[in-house]
Design a protein around this ligand. Structure first.
Ligand SMILES: *Cc1c(COP(=O)(O)O)cnc(C)c1O
Length: 405
């Protein structure tokens, strides 16, 4: 069985993780990361959500409205709430899943402190539109959420540079990983200093126990994604035995992991640095597979392929389908695990519905949370073609209710 997500790990990460730690591991990772993203400063954090949480603190935002997509990772509004601010959700747009910037205009009030521009699934945020928004409201901070996009480009302009700062998530499911971990990049010297101060004030140093836990986690990742073993892992997952490890949120609760204020460990930084060296190659391959899928999926009436957009980095490849549950079930019977990503629309989640009952309706976000599936982009070309032919078989064997009207 081919897993739907898989980190691009080989012996080099393992070797890096097993070398003796150095005093400056994290600093070296930060420097290399900033260089890769073409920004002056890189500042590391234990999670992407911690990065956002401390960024809002460093910007002195409190009890303010922070505009963010309704269709994004739920840890984003969690970090906003935890920082003492309030998320204001904006629906996404049909063409590229990104937050609709026209609707953002309508959501701005005198309490708005920042806008989180997210390049979801690696589709670059429309920087022309963002420019005019910024001209109109120069006092509102633009924060780039680059957890999916890293250095995606809008018409040749890298998204991460278009705001006060960009943050990234580096957990095992991201384009590149440092086991867990997060990062902020910025060209703003004063902000970089404030972020480091905030880190000193709020984060405790990583313990040896954290390094060991991260090492064990990494060691467990290698066999987990080994194809024969993965079939077993997948069964356990479906039976609910792995819920503690794979579920990253609960519907009713807004919370953060216990160690979200414990600094990134040197092991993570070393693994991240190795991954960074593979970045270009990983992105090139993802672009290649996205194009390959899109060329083929045209022939499958049940699927609507996601757009191909110049400069996108494709953290995920997400076709839309009508009857997701049925397709997923049939595919699984044929040894193909498809899965989905962002299967929720945040304003509809119990925790947010209760806390902020007056959020606007987000019809696209609601729809995409129900209709998208996720095809793997970590495989080689041959495996991708196999996935396509299995999918084709499943769809053509199922004549009736899978097809899109
Ligand atoms: C993963 C992710 C983050 C950060 O996640 P952490 O798990 O806290 O590192 C932020 N935004 C988006 C859109 C993400 O997918």
């Amino acid at each position: 069985m081919i897993p739907r997500l898989k980190p691009t790990l080989d012996g080099r990460e393992l070797q890096a993780a097993l070398t003796l730690p150095r005093q400056d591991d994290v600093e070296r990772f930060e420097t290399a990361f900033a260089e890769k993203m073409n920004q002056k400063h890189g500042i590391a954090f234990p999670y992407g959500r911690t990065a956002l949480y401390l960024l809002l603190k460093a910007l002195k935002l409190e009890d303010r409205e922070i505009i963010c997509p309704a269709y994004t990772c739920v840890v984003v509004p969690h970090a906003i709430v935890k920082s003492g601010n309030h998320p204001v959700f904006v629906d996404c747009q049909e063409q590229d899943f990104n937050m609709n910037l026209d609707l953002v205009l309508q959501s701005i009030t005198e309490k708005t402190g920042a806008i989180i521009a997210t390049s979801i699934f690696g589709y670059p945020v429309n920087l022309d539109q963002l420019d005019s928004l910024r001209k109109k409201y120069p006092h509102i901070y633009i924060i780039q959420d680059c957890a999916h996009s890293f250095a995606a480009q809008w018409k040749g302009r890298p998204v991460q540079k278009e705001g006060v700062a960009a943050f990234y998530g580096l957990n095992i499911s991201k384009i590149i990983t440092s086991i867990f971990g997060g990062m902020i990049t910025t060209d703003n010297d004063a902000l970089a200093t404030k972020l480091k101060d905030a880190r000193r004030e709020h984060l405790r140093p990583p313990t040896l126990s954290k390094s060991i836990r991260r090492l064990l986690y990494l060691l467990a990742v290698y066999p987990t994604f080994w194809t024969p073993f993965y079939t077993l892992v997948n069964c356990l997952e479906r039976w609910g035995w792995l819920a503690k490890f794979v579920d990253y949120y609960e519907e009713e609760i807004i919370d953060m992991p216990d160690d979200f204020l414990e600094m990134m460990s040197p092991i993570e930084a070393r693994v991240g640095k190795v991954q960074l060296e593979k970045y270009d190659q990983i992105i090139a391959h993802r672009r290649h597979l996205a194009k390959l899928y899109s060329d083929h999926l045209k022939d499958l009436p049940a699927l609507e392929p996601p757009p191909l957009i110049e400069g996108a980095t494709y953290s995920h490849y997400v076709p839309k389908v009508n009857n997701r549950e049925k397709l997923l079930e049939r595919a699984l019977q044929n040894g193909l695990q498809l899965g989905w990503l962002i299967e929720y629309s945040i304003p509809q989640m119990a925790a947010y519905r209760q806390r902020y009952p007056d959020q606007p309706d987000c019809p696209f976000s609601n729809r995409f949370s129900q209709e998208t599936i996720n095809l793997p982009l970590h495989t080689n070309t041959l495996q991708a073609l196999k996935i396509y032919s299995k999918l084709k078989k499943v769809i053509f064997n199922e004549k009736t209710d899978l097809n899109k009207q």
